[in-house]
Design a protein. Structure first.
Length: 583
């Protein structure tokens, strides 16, 4: 089996003065590759470890301020700072490799907001002021040009452009052509088996352990309890793995006991369990009985002090063995996540719509729209009631995923997706699905509509990210007639990367396509009609009115969605007009 070739990016900076810029850079870089970061000054063996990590990467990104930073007292005869040593490590990566390309970003003294005097060596630390000046001159000298940024917006914009170009260059260099009937694709979006989140600062010693023994079965991410968008930041890392874990030590557990930390972890557990079915708390020296009761929906794996203090490779070997007992389906083989969302009302919402008799719809501000949507609801109900006299009763559940698309006796939307994935994974060699996916196996990942409607520590932003990177969205027509859900649909159904299908409760369809696609149709939301009629996008289908049609469309659309998402395909025309679609 061909091993995955990831785009590894090393992010270097001093820490105390560049926390915000560092966080911003991690967000941008994380969209293009896997990040390795510089270590904090308190870690042992920091020089050798940092240099080793730099030399393993494909790109070096440095954010430089006006502070030279920590100068290790050992393994450092020339008394250079960690940041400068990392910069120099790019020149000779070893193993016959050419020098590692560098992207340098410099924060000048007139940056807005300004740099504190304590972080400007020329003003506060004469001992390293000259070294810092010389380092900046090297980093922005005749052989490479740095980018000076004077706002976070400038840094984000320039970093996005440069990272996109470098990532495209890297993947073009390492692409391996495969025949349509054989071979295995190198998937950029291939899932690591396990992702472990740890608290930066408090548990940063874990970073060195991961670098020394994590291997290819693990990926690690910093996840601060102080992050406002905690769920979004977590999902950025966990969406790249088959299973997510949170590392807890006594010190980091104490951090979660301040503020709303306990609530954040509870929300994270709920979010990840909905997506993957489980979430694991890795507890170092902490008994499960001492964890907050609100966290009891997570699995717990206890790590004793001797294992934690022992060799890194042994530590990660034991962690993986323990996790496999909880999740035996984990695999180092090619696995791809199929993120999906069901946009449908709950039984309570459907009953409330039905109770108005199509005459209320007070949530629509415009009188004409209230009347129009009421008439459209009556038409849907009349057609649906011919097949199911009790409609909408018995069709919806306590959550959108429990929606039984074609009556009380039919399968749920979640079951439809699961069955489609099973059939695609079981397709024989030579089938269309296998030609698209080659050696990869799909793993369905459910994102809940409730996490968008009720924002829990950035959960709404995580759902929007699903839309932007490309997922599967199944839409109940009735949801487009509920005022609040329609507003949600305008946001989630805008864009070009997701595969979207609207499902009608009526068989045959209650309206001809000429009316369904008219200017006043309830389907004119987001990019649905434009993608269906103008672009004839096969990943957008409207008014599917039977289980057989839904199953057929899923079989066709899902493999193509996976390939397009991995190649980050963009329809430029629709992307450019997205702002008008959100109005």
């Amino acid at each position: 089996m061909t091993s995955r070739r990831e785009f590894l990016v090393y992010l270097s900076s001093t820490v105390a003065d560049l926390e915000d810029e560092r966080t911003l850079a991690q967000q941008v870089i994380g969209d293009h590759g896997r990040i390795k970061t510089s270590y904090r000054a308190s870690e042992e063996g920091v020089v050798a470890t940092c240099i080793k990590d730099v030399r393993e990467c494909d790109l070096y990104v440095a954010i430089l301020g006006q502070r030279y930073g920590h100068v290790p007292g050992i393994e450092n005869p020339e008394q250079k700072s960690i940041t400068e040593l990392e910069y120099e490590a790019c020149r000779q990566p070893g193993n016959g490799r050419p020098p590692i390309p560098r992207l340098i970003f410099i924060k000048p003294t007139d940056h807005v907001p300004g740099i504190a005097q304590a972080h400007i060596d020329a003003l506060s630390n004469p001992a390293t002021a000259d070294r810092m000046k010389a380092f900046l001159q090297r980093a922005n000298g005749p052989t490479e040009v740095a980018f000076e940024f004077r706002s976070s917006g400038d840094l984000r914009a320039e970093l996005k452009v440069r990272m996109s170009a470098k990532a495209a260059e890297f993947h073009a260099q390492h692409a391996q052509p495969t025949g349509i009937l054989g071979g295995e694709r190198i998937w950029k979006n291939r899932l690591a088996p396990v992702a472990i989140a740890y608290v930066p600062g408090t548990d940063s010693a874990f970073h060195a352990k991961y670098a020394a023994g994590g291997g290819e079965k693990f990926t690690a991410l910093e996840l601060s309890p102080d992050a406002a968008d905690y769920i979004f930041e977590a999902d950025r890392g966990f969406s790249r793995a088959q299973l997510g874990c949170l590392l807890l030590t006594t010190a980091s557990l104490n951090r979660f006991f301040t503020g709303v930390g306990v609530d954040k972890v509870e929300a994270l557990i709920d979010f990840q369990r909905a997506a993957t079915g489980r979430f694991v708390l890795l507890c170092v020296g902490i008994a499960a009985a001492n964890l907050p009761q609100a966290w009891n929906r997570a699995s717990v794996m206890e790590i004793d002090a001797a294992t934690w203090a022992g060799p890194s490779e042994l530590l990660f070997s034991k962690i993986f063995a323990g996790i496999q007992t909880l999740a035996p389906e984990l695999s180092a083989a090619a696995r791809l996540a199929l993120p999906y969302l069901i946009l449908a009302p709950t039984d309570a919402e459907a009953a409330a719509i039905d109770a108005t008799g199509g005459a209320g719809f007070a949530g629509f501000e415009d009188d004409d729209e209230r009347k129009l949507r009421g008439e459209q609801f009556k038409a849907i109900k009349a057609a649906a009631s011919k097949l199911n006299a009790t409609w909408p009763a018995g069709v919806y559940g306590t959550e959108p995923e429990a929606w039984r698309c074609f009556g009380p006796a039919s399968v749920t939307a979640r079951e439809l997706v699961a069955t489609a994935v099973q059939r695609i994974n079981a397709a024989p060699a030579g089938a269309r699905e296998r030609r698209f996916l080659q050696g990869a196996i799909l793993v369905p990942r459910c994102y809940r509509l409730s996490d968008f409607v009720t924002d829990r520590f950035g959960s709404r932003r995580a759902i929007e990210a699903l839309r932007d990177r490309g997922g599967l969205i199944l839409v109940d027509e009735l949801a487009l007639l509920e005022p609040a859900l329609r507003k949600t649909a305008k946001i989630l159904l805008s864009g070009t990367r997701s595969a979207i299908a609207s499902i009608s409760p009526c068989d045959p369809a209650h309206l001809p396509f000429s009316k369904l696609l008219g200017d006043l149709s309830f389907l004119t939301v987001g990019t649905l009609v434009s993608r269906f009629t103008v672009d004839q996008d096969p990943r957008c289908e409207l008014a599917l009115n039977s289980v057989a049609r839904v199953e057929r469309w899923l079989k066709l659309a899902i493999p193509e969605l996976m390939l397009a998402a991995d190649e980050q395909e963009v329809n430029q025309k629709l992307a450019a007009s997205m702002h008008t679609l959100l109005v």
